[in-house]
Design a protein around this ligand. Structure first.
Ligand code: ADP
Ligand code: ZN
Ligand code: ZN
Length: 804
């Protein structure tokens, strides 16, 4: 009998998407645990890679010689038993590689980095020895590459003259500080002081300090320096046996410089109390239940979250609070830090890798009980979860668009079941899927029907932009909106202006021949970027200068179309020169902390108008905002996406909620070319329920979600014919596994048929219940491995959010 480890190796291919068994050397047998990362040899060469231990077991004498685990990368399991299991589930459900799922669960700094070295093991040509190896016996892969010697060296490897060594390095670095601790008794220090020369002032002072602290209290070098104690004094103190120096792990705290005033629970309104009680009951009963908390903007959902989390902390359990990345504003973080102080860990993309790692460590070591973060925080290593909350649950950013293509909501429910705890999905405009599940009583519906303090919902005017044009106004701004903005400036109130970026981009078109500048690699027009003064392809990253004349007909009447935030800002400045404007878009918020800075400026009323894209629609609470303007409400309505009405309704409702949050009455002005569209009309009336009914009806007759599930299979190849042939072949392969209730759409070319010089085809499968489908697709993936290696890419998207 001997101990062996089952390990998922970091080779993301289908062939290797299963555990490999390794022997465990004596030296590790006491410490190795499932969930640790290890380095293992893989394949025939000297290749060393990272792996995750998923199981340790006894094995009887082996017929086959097992390779040994080479080294441990962790001193503790970085993935819990639960997360190991979750990874297996995700890999199966989302058709991803298990190792990718595990890597997704860890902070970026913990993902492996490989550095390769080439070592001489036999005689090699003189010239190489001097030019490339510089007389030494090894050279890094990068240096060999720079010398253009790689091909030659790879040949030599085949002849066993050199070997290529893969070094796995752990990028995660724990930050440590040096601390000083006294180790002697009060009396002993007294004796030492008596013996010391009277002119050794520094040493005396140091002894005084040591004497005045007990042996538990640590002093940092920085603190001692303030007293004038230098490190050489400390060193000599250590030598004389006065004190001890040791290293302590510290966390980089992104909020170290902020102070948070303590907030106390508010007394709940009747609706809030009802919601709280229902959720609290399941916390007490340790029962898994999914709640849909539907409450208009400003109805106090966050207060319900805070108070239920408080109950969970009292039980000494952890809480997971997810918000969309763009809603992770300083205001949101503040509310959690104010209530729960140091117990809160915050995870979002604005943190440095080091900061993210430190927040993760705090959670892992159970020093932080409340995790507030964006999508990937759903994998936070909390060991004992008492509640999981997803705010703005309808947000599409909860679905990851890369592999593994998971939806945070599904993961939340999986973890909620595992921990027997409630999952709360909150929104003013729930996704149709969640709202429908609540109707079917799969989820429990909790409603907050009105705004706290009964502030009225803002009045919404819809302006028909076609009429504006008819009456001669060709500006971006309608009379009414312009007027509203001016009035707010006079009254010293503030306005928020939203430019809807979805389904909309600035492009360049020739007025004479209609030529549109397209990407040479993709079938899509390039987008104009004023900041860099270039044209860019958003798919493949191709970039070129702005053409001065039409490449096709040489005409000089080549013009920019579309409305970017910069253009809006420029026009606004001309129309209202006295306006102070803060522009918020991808360009002005690229730098770390830029978001926060701009919001703070607006909060301090350094500007009258906050102009921005989708990122300003959420989570903001500024009491002096009394006007919200939507410049283009309907750009997304024309998209070939069955969710475009839903998304438009959600966006308009969200942004309307930014108005009138204080005591002053709020107003919303929506500019539209389809003012009669039901998504706009119901948003105007703040009428989610009617919108829901109408939209459900449409989904029903057109057989879409939530009536049907969706699965998308995409195939791409450099050759159009090959791609077309393969997708047909794969569709025919799957068809027999489907019941006659499933609907197969396609195969068809994708709406952007070519990107990166590859041709894309897709097939959509709509189904209600197909028990054999997932297995069949896994079979397809297995059987087409060889073709995939030959450049036929196949990708499966379970419940895709877009399919255009
Ligand atoms: P939502 O998350 O639903 O948009 P918020 O939780 O942000 O709503 O609440 C809106 C405002 O009302 C906040 O300023 C909040 O502090 C306040 N508020 C919430 N609940 C109460 C309450 N029970 N009593 C008084 N004020 C409250
Ligand atoms: Zn032209
Ligand atoms: Zn391109």
């Amino acid at each position: 009998m001997s101990l062996v480890a089952n390990i998922i190796v970091d080779v993301p291919t289908l062939q290797t998407n299963r555990p490999y068994t390794y022997s465990i050397p004596e030296a590790f047998s006491d410490v190795i645990e499932p969930g640790m990362r290890v380095v293992v040899p893989f394949g025939n060469g000297s290749r060393k890679i990272q792996g995750f231990v998923v199981e340790i077991k006894e094995q009887k004498t082996t017929e086959m010689e097992l390779k040994p685990v080479e080294s441990l990368m962790d001193s503790y399991p970085v993935l819990t038993e639960e997360l190991l299991r979750l990874g297996g589930f995700l890999a199966y459900q989302t058709f991803s590689f298990q190792v990718k799922c595990y890597q997704t669960m860890l902070p970026a700094v913990m993902r492996a980095k490989y550095s390769k070295k080439i070592k001489i093991i036999d005689e090699i040509p003189e010239s190489l020895l001097w030019d490339v190896f510089k007389g030494k016996d090894e050279v890094s892969w990068e240096d060999a590459e720079k010398q253009n010697a790689l091909t030659q060296l790879i040949q030599l490897e085949k002849e066993d003259k050199v070997e290529i060594d893969y070094d796995v390095q752990d990028k995660a670095a724990v930050k440590k500080v040096k601390k000083v601790r006294s180790i002697l008794s009060f009396e002993t220090y007294e004796e030492i002081k008596a013996d010391i020369r009277s002119n050794a002032k520094k040493q005396k002072l140091f002894l005084d300090i040591l004497q005045s602290t007990d042996n538990e209290t640590a002093l940092t070098y920085a603190e001692l320096k303030e007293w004038g104690i230098t490190s050489s004094t400390i060193q000599s103190g250590v030598k004389k046996g006065w004190c001890e120096v040791y290293h302590e792990e510290v966390y980089r705290d992104p909020y170290a410089s902020s102070t948070f005033e303590r907030s106390t629970p508010l007394s709940l309104t009747e609706d809030q109390a009802h919601a709280f009680n229902e959720i609290h009951q399941t916390i007490k009963d340790e029962q898994h239940k999914v709640f849909l908390l539907k409450g208009v903007t400003g109805s106090g959902k966050t207060e319900v979250y805070l108070q239920t989390i408080s109950e969970v902390i009292d039980k000494d359990e952890g809480a997971l609070m997810l918000v969309p990345e763009i809603a992770l504003t300083p205001q949101m973080v503040q509310r959690f830090k104010s209530r729960f102080g140091d117990q809160v860990a915050v995870l979002h993309s604005g943190l440095s890798n080091g900061e993210k790692y430190d927040e993760w460590r705090k959670i892992e070591k159970e020093e932080a009980k409340v995790v507030v973060g964006a999508r990937s925080s759903i994998f936070a290593p909390l060991k004992n979860i008492g509640i999981i909350i997803i705010d703005e649950e309808h947000e599409t950013s909860y679905k990851q668009e890369e592999f593994p293509k998971y939806h945070a909501r599904d993961v939340a429910i999986w973890r909620g079941e595992y921990h027997d705890c409630p999952v709360v999905l909150g929104s003013a405009t729930p996704s149709l899927e969640s709202r429908a599940r609540a109707t079917k009583e799969v989820y429990t519906l909790l409603e907050l029907k009105s705004r706290v303090n009964d502030y009225p919902m803002p009045e919404v005017d819809v302006i028909d932009m076609r009429e504006e044009a008819k009456s001669g106004n060709h500006s971006i701004f309608s009379e009414a909106l312009l007027d509203g903005l001016k009035k707010r400036i006079e009254r010293n109130e503030q306005s928020v202006l939203l430019l809807n970026r979805r389904g909309f981009s600035s492009f360049v078109m020739c007025r004479d021949c209609g030529y549109v500048l397209e990407c040479p690699n993709c079938d899509i027009s390039q987008t104009l970027h004023m900041d860099t003064k270039t044209m860019k392809c958003h798919y493949c990253g191709h970039e070129e200068g702005i053409p001065k004349k039409c490449p096709k007909c040489e005409s000089r009447s080549i013009r920019y179309y579309g409305t970017g935030t910069q253009k809006v800002e420029k026009e606004l400045k001309e129309l209202i020169p006295e306006a102070g404007i803060i522009r918020m878009d991808v360009d002005t918020t690229r730098k770390k902390g830029a978001h926060e800075k701009l919001f703070n400026q607006f909060e301090r009323k350094e500007a009258n108008i906050l102009l921005g894209t989708q990122m300003i629609a959420k989570g903001l609470d500024f009491p002096d905002v009394t006007l919200v303007g939507v410049i283009n409400a309907d750009t997304a309505l024309g998209l070939p996406d069955f969710r475009s009405a839903e998304k438009t309704f959600q966006l308009l409702t969200q942004v309307s909620g930014r108005s009138g949050r204080g005591e002053k009455e709020g107003k919303v002005i929506i500019q539209s070319y389809n003012p009669e569209h039901y998504a706009i009309q119901y948003a105007k009336q703040h009428d989610y329920d009617s919108f829901y009914k109408r939209e459900m009806h449409l989904r029903h007759i057109s057989e879409y979600s939530p009536y049907y599930f969706l699965l998308k299979i995409s195939v791409s190849h450099e050759n159009e014919m090959t791609a077309a042939k393969k997708i047909r072949q794969y569709t025919d392969y799957i068809r027999p596994a489907l019941s006659d209730k499933a609907i197969v759409l396609g195969p068809t070319p994708k709406s952007i048929a070519r990107t990166h010089n590859r041709y894309h085809f897709q097939v959509l499968i709509k189904y209600k219940q197909e028990t054999g489908l997932t297995d069949k697709i896994h079979q397809l993936l297995q059987e087409t491995q060889k073709e995939q290696a030959k450049g036929i890419f196949i990708s499966i998207d379970y419940q895709p959010l877009d399919f255009i």
